[in-house]
Ligand binder design. Sequence first.
Ligand code: UN1
Length: 512
Amino acid sequence: MNAPVKIASAAAEAADVLKRLGVPESLWTGGNRPVRSPVSGEVMAHVHDTPVAEVDAAIQRAHAAFLKWRNVPAPRRGELVRLFGEELRAAKADLAKVVTLEAGKIVSEALGEVQEMIDICDYAVGLSRQLFGLTLATERPDHRMMETWHPLGVVGIISAFNFPVAVWSWNSALALVCGDPCVWKPSEKTPLTALATQALFERALAKFGDAPEGLSAVIIGGRDVGEALVDHPKVPLVSATGSTAMGRAVGPRLAQRFARALLELGGNNAAIIAPTADLDLALRGVAFAAMGTAGQRCTTLRRLFVHESKYDGFVAALKAAYASVPVGDPREAGTLVGPLIDAASFEAMQKALADARAAGGKVHGGERVDAGEDAFYVRPALVEMDAQTDVVKRETFAPILYVMKYRDLEEAIALQNDVPQGLSSSIFTNDMREAELFISARGSDCGIANVNIGPSGAEIGGAFGGEKETGGGREAGSDSWKAYMRRATNTLNYGKTLPLAQGVSFEIKPAP
Ligand code: UN1
C-alpha cells in the first residue's frame, strides 16, 4: 500500500446537502438499500427499493401524462426544461457535492457534470422550436409528401454510476421537449443523485404550473426493477448506459417486444501519438483522458499507441505524470484522482494488472492507497505491453493505460480498431494527411474520432455514442432527438385524380 491519506467523514455532509436540496428525509432514511460513499466507505443513507408493482404504477402514470403532454406545443414543453435548467444553475454546487459524495468525482469534474446538464437543457430549449420534418419530392402530380415527427411515449432511462446525473439529463431533456415522459432507474450505487435531481425537477414543475402528473419518475432497485421497466409494453424506448453485459441482457428483451433500444455500453478507447505530435499538448490530453474520473468514464483512454521514434521520451514523461498525480479525497482542492467506486472495481483492476503481468506487461503504479478499509483509492497504472493481448482488448473500468509502440500508422489504426468496443478514439498529429486518414472511412471505426484532443470529455452539441459492442445508440446533440420521436410519412393529394405510384394501374369498373 501507498502512504495513507486521511479522509474526513462523508455521511454528515451528505445529510446536510440532501436537506438543502429539499430531498424529503423519508426517501433516504429507513430504507432497505444502504448507499455507500466511495469517498470514505461510509454508509450515507438507506433508500427504499421501488416494489415491482409500483414500477408498473409509475409507468402507467407516465403513460397517462404522455397522452396529455403530447398535445402541449413543443416550445411550451421547452419552457419546463428551461425552468429546470434554472434550478440546476441555482443548485449547481450542491448537486455537484452529491455527485462527489456518491460517485467520488473530484470537485471540478462534479461541477462539470452538472454543467453538462445545464448545457443539454439549453440545447433542448432551442431544439423545442426546431423539431422539423422534411418535405420531399413526389412523383405524383398535385401531391405533397412530407415527414411529421410525433412524440413517442414513455422513455425508460437506465443510467450508470459514473455519470449519475448527466446521462439522465441528455435523455430526459430531449425526451421532454419531444413530448415524452421519463421513468428513470439510476444505478444502485448512485440513487441519491437521482433523488436530488428529481427534487430539483419537481421545483421546476411547480413553477411551470400545469404539467401533467407523472412526467418524471425515479425507480430504485436491482435487476427486477430494471426488468420491469425494460419489459413494460407502455415503454416504447429504453435508453440504457452501462456495461456490455448489461446491454446484452437489455437489448434482446427490448427486441423481443420490438421496442427501441438506445444503448451506450463499454468503450476501450485508444489514442495514437504520431511522430509530428505536439508532445506537451498530447501529454496533457492523455493524462486527463486516462487518469481523470479515476479511469471510470466510458470514454476513458485505455490504450495508447506511441510511434517508435517518440516512445522513450513520451513514455518517460507519462511515467513522471503518473508518479506525481495527486490521489486522494476528491473534495480537496488539488486532488486529481479520487476513489474507485467500490471493492469489486478494485479487484477487477488488480486482476487486470495480474493478467497484464502474466502477458509480459511492465506495470508502473496501480497500488492501493490506504484510506481506510472500505474506501478504494489506487494510483493509476501505466502498463507497457509488447502486444495487444486479451487483457488489453477487454474494458476494465479503472485507471489502467496500456501503452504500445507502433511503426506504421495504418497498422496502428488496425490495432486501435481490433477490439470489440467502438466508442471513442483520437490521434495526436500535426500531419494533415495522418489526421484526415484517421477520421476517414478507413480510419477509426469509433462513434467518436478526435484529432489533437483526447477521447474523453465530449461536449453535448455532438451526437454521443459508439459502434460494435458499444451498442450503436446516439445521445445528446446533432439529430439524436429523432430517437425520441416517431416519424410519420404523409402523402397528401390535392388533385382530382388518383394517380398511383410506380405507374400502377388499377381501374375498377364503376357500378352500372
Ligand atoms: C460516460 O462515461 O458514460 O465524453 C459518459 C465524456 C463525457 C460523457 C461520458 N461527456 O467523457
